[in-house]
Design a binder for this molecule. Structure first.
Ligand SMILES: NC(=O)c1ccc[n+]([C@@H]2O[C@H](COP(=O)([O-])OP(=O)(O)OC[C@H]3O[C@@H](n4cnc5c(N)ncnc54)[C@H](O)[C@@H]3O)[C@@H](O)[C@H]2O)c1
Length: 732
């Protein structure tokens, strides 16, 4: 079975159906493009065919390009990868341009065959770029459908004509959220924005009717008509020029210049807007190739597309363990985390028993889901029946007997080993030995907590990030005695709730928190040293961190920081290195400046909790020194604080797979996504340069920057992480 098939109807409409065998969503490959091209040729040449509909056999249209394709083109091309990628991209343009011109006479623009796209649901990336080349796009009235061009989020930009077509269709200003931010819309919003043309209960019938009645003029795109003017003005008009200046400033403001794809996109748009359409497509292809050849884009594609998907599909799942899909989950503690865990589980179709110490607390936890589902109904994302069905899956209770029959328990009670031990024992008394017990602790060692369990083999860490329903990463932690079945269960559960898992070994703060805490601490330490808070925050953003370390403290709260500092000090004794950090954090705590929640932290906040400037009170207590450090040094301190922890985690065997180190960093704490993650970043800058920087930082700031042995050895041997620790199937 081919990815595309065609059926020619007696009414003269040829329907090309995209339906990749064995996949839940269509993706475009090199091979499938050849097939589509052949079918379009056939239909255009066949006199019996009056018009064409391109649709999908699935409930979505397509998820985009299979980015592995780009990797394999590059790998096969040997010394000339750029030429091969450019040629591939131009072939795509030729095919889509053929669809757009549809056999019409190039002079009179008459005699073409109408081509409509019918989208039953989601259409992303090239899954929207193919429709954009068609003459009219019909979408089903499917509120779950997402329509847009998210390429920028994985480090590239729409390179199958989407950039050029969208800008000419709606103007650079209106196109910018879709191109530069990867904004996705449901069908109605997509129609309002001009991305698609019609939303219908029966889009096939509507499209067929349109195809059979379309006139010559309906097939000619505005940019192929005489006197075409770009909406909002092209760059050589004053209004258009200002749009481009504004867009350029916005991109620089948002990306701080570290995302090559955003800059290349702007160049493609700007240069392309000044020339005829077909030349613009060549310019788009040139910039697209430029981006594909950039190490940042390759690293982003590798981490955010290929490796993320591999982890979601079970790349690190233990071999030979049968499917462990969860039927009924018990969630202990209906507080902030427990309520979120219950919500995502119910959404995934799992029955949930949500247990707390008293009924009011359990009910409050369930009410969180109720409010969330009600919002979904009011925004037409789900129906009232679906909301009722999902809410009906959650049983709020105080009764341990209700946990009977649960095949997974996740405890999210207070962060207190005694309480955690009590609930572990109480659960053991009512569940059988098929049930896996998981703890959501963020700081307590799993191996220690497992001692309260009847069977440490069935005990595991499933560490969520807050807010549970928004954060994409789940960290699974193996205690010393955790068995494969528990790991498989945790992975299968994370897959059910559609998040991305990483599996790490048990160690202080596991992986994500272990790396983010030194970043935060380095920022606070600099405040104590008299580095200007604005310099610290800006330096962080300029290396691509979504939040500066001080803003991050405000978001996660100063008292949590103080609590962790006290606990760490108690655990480490004399080896505790963060005295300077504590001074600031304890002062903040004493001042009641606990962060956003108290509307005062390193930043000031208005009455509504909206962040204002950096706080004068903090600046008065820790005045900025006259001599401020070099920006590059501040950036290096903030980056190395994180990446060295990632290297140590790998060296110590906490991280077992480098893919998890990179994917976990980006999804878990927003580590500079342009870099592809901390290990990809080290590969980009080179181990030798990184080791030199460590030596310089260590000499000036102390042992926390000492070059890990592993990195030193890699520098000496001129190795990369993806070379030395190459996991299978990451060769993109
Ligand atoms: N807050 C975060 O950002 C975050 C992130 C990851 C992990 N965690 C971990 O998740 C756990 C819960 O954190 P939270 O922020 O949801 O706390 P929370 O205080 O909001 O909720 C804890 C809930 O547990 C209930 N509880 C306490 N003792 C109980 C018992 N014996 N039996 C049943 N219920 C009991 C409390 O009534 C409360 O509703 C902690 O282990 C924490 O370290 C928190």
């Amino acid at each position: 079975m081919s990815d595309f098939t065609m059926e020619k109807g007696a009414d003269g409409v040829a329907v090309i159906t995209w339906d990749v065998p064995g996949k839940s969503m269509n993706v475009m490959t090199r091979e499938s493009m050849v097939v589509l091209n052949g079918l379009v040729d056939d239909a255009l040449a066949d006199e019996a065919v009056k018009g064409i509909i391109i649709t999908s056999g699935k409930d979505s249209f397509a998820g985009g390009m299979d980015l592995n394709t780009l990797g394999s083109i590059r790998a096969e091309a040997g010394d000339e990868p750029a030429q091969a990628l450019f040629d591939f991209t131009m072939n795509g343009h030729h095919m889509l341009r053929k669809i757009e011109r549809a056999g019409m006479d190039p002079k009179t623009l008459k005699g073409g065959k109408p081509i409509a796209a019918v989208l039953p649901g989601t259409a992303l990336g090239i899954g929207l770029e193919v429709p954009l080349a068609c003459h009219r796009i019909f979408a089903a009235d499917n509120p779950k459908a997402k329509i847009g061009l998210p390429e920028i989020l994985v480090g590239i930009f729409p390179g199958a004509g989407g950039t050029t077509r969208l800008v000419r269709k709606m103007g650079a200003m209106a196109a910018s959220p879709f191109l530069l931010e990867g904004k996705l819309s449901d069908p109605h919003k997509a129609k309002a924005a001009g991305l698609i043309d019609e939303v219908s209960d029966d889009p096939m019938a509507a499209a067929r009717d349109w195809v059979l009645n379309a006139k010559d003029a309906d097939l000619v795109k505005p940019w192929d008509q005489k006197g075409y003017k770009m909406p909002g003005g092209a760059p050589y008009h004053p209004a258009g020029f200002m749009t481009f200046v504004g867009a350029s400033a916005m991109v620089n403001g948002k990306t701080k210049g570290v995302y090559p794809a955003a800059k290349a996109l702007l160049s493609a748009v700007y240069e392309g807007a000044m020339v005829p359409f077909d030349t613009a497509l060549q310019i788009e292809a040139r910039w697209f190739t430029n981006v594909l050849m950039n190490p940042s884009s390759s690293a982003m594609i590798r981490s955010l597309f290929i490796n993320k998907e591999a982890l979601e599909k079970g790349a690190v799942r233990p071999d030979g363990v049968a499917d462990q899909k969860v039927q009924k989950v018990g969630v202990l503690g209906a507080g902030m985390m427990g309520a979120g865990i219950a919500l995502v589980s119910a959404q995934a179709g799992i029955d949930v028993v949500l247990l707390d110490r008293d009924q009011a607390a359990a009910d409050k936890g369930k009410a969180y889901s109720e409010a969330h589902f009600a919002k979904g109904v009011s925004r037409k994302k789900i129906t009232e029946e679906q909301a009722a069905q999902m809410l009906g899956r959650i049983e709020a209770t105080t009764d341990y007997a209700a946990l009977k029959g649960c095949d997974l328990i996740i405890e999210a009670v207070f962060e207190d080993p005694k309480i955690k031990a009590e609930v572990t024992k109480a659960v053991d008394a009512v569940t059988d030995d098929t049930c896996i017990f998981a703890t959501n602790t963020s700081t307590l060692p799993i191996t220690e907590l497992a001692k309260a369990s009847k069977d440490a083999d069935r005990f595991i860490g499933i560490h969520f990030f807050s807010p549970v329903e928004k954060m994409l990463l789940v960290e699974i932690i193996k205690g010393k005695e955790t068995g494969d079945r528990a790991v498989a269960k945790a992975l299968d559960y994370v897959r059910q709730i559609r998040k991305t898992p990483i599996v790490v070994n048990d160690a202080r703060f596991f992986y994500a928190n272990r790396c983010i805490i030194p970043y935060i601490n380095e920022g606070i330490r600099m405040v104590a040293e008299g580095v200007s808070p604005a310099l610290i925050e800006n330096a962080a953003k300029m290396v691509g961190m979504p939040l500066g370390p001080l803003q991050l403290v405000d978001e996660t709260s100063v008292d949590l920081g103080a609590k962790i500092a006290r606990a760490t000090k108690a655990a480490m004794g004399d080896a505790y290195p963060d005295g300077a950090v504590d001074e600031v954090i304890f002062w903040m705590e004493a001042q009641g400046r606990l962060g956003r929640k108290t509307k005062a932290g390193f930043y000031d906040y208005d009455d509504k909790g909206k962040r204002q400037g950096l706080s004068d009170a903090v600046k008065a207590q820790y005045p900025a020194a006259e001599d401020q450090p070099d920006l590059h040094e501040v950036q290096n301190r903030l980056l190395f604080a994180q990446v060295l922890e990632a290297v140590r985690a790998l060296e110590e065997g906490v991280l077992m797979d480098i893919r998890e180190g990179d994917v976990g960093a980006i999804l878990g704490w927003g580590f500079a996504p342009w870099s592809g993650g901390p290990l990809s970043w080290l590969d980009m800058v080179g181990a030798a340069w990184a080791a030199e920087q460590c030596d310089a930082l260590e000499a000036k700031f102390g042992a926390r920057f000492a070059c890990p042995k592993l990195l030193r050895e890699m520098a000496q041997k001129d190795q990369t992480f993806y070379g030395r620790f190459a996991p299978q199937a990451t060769a993109a």
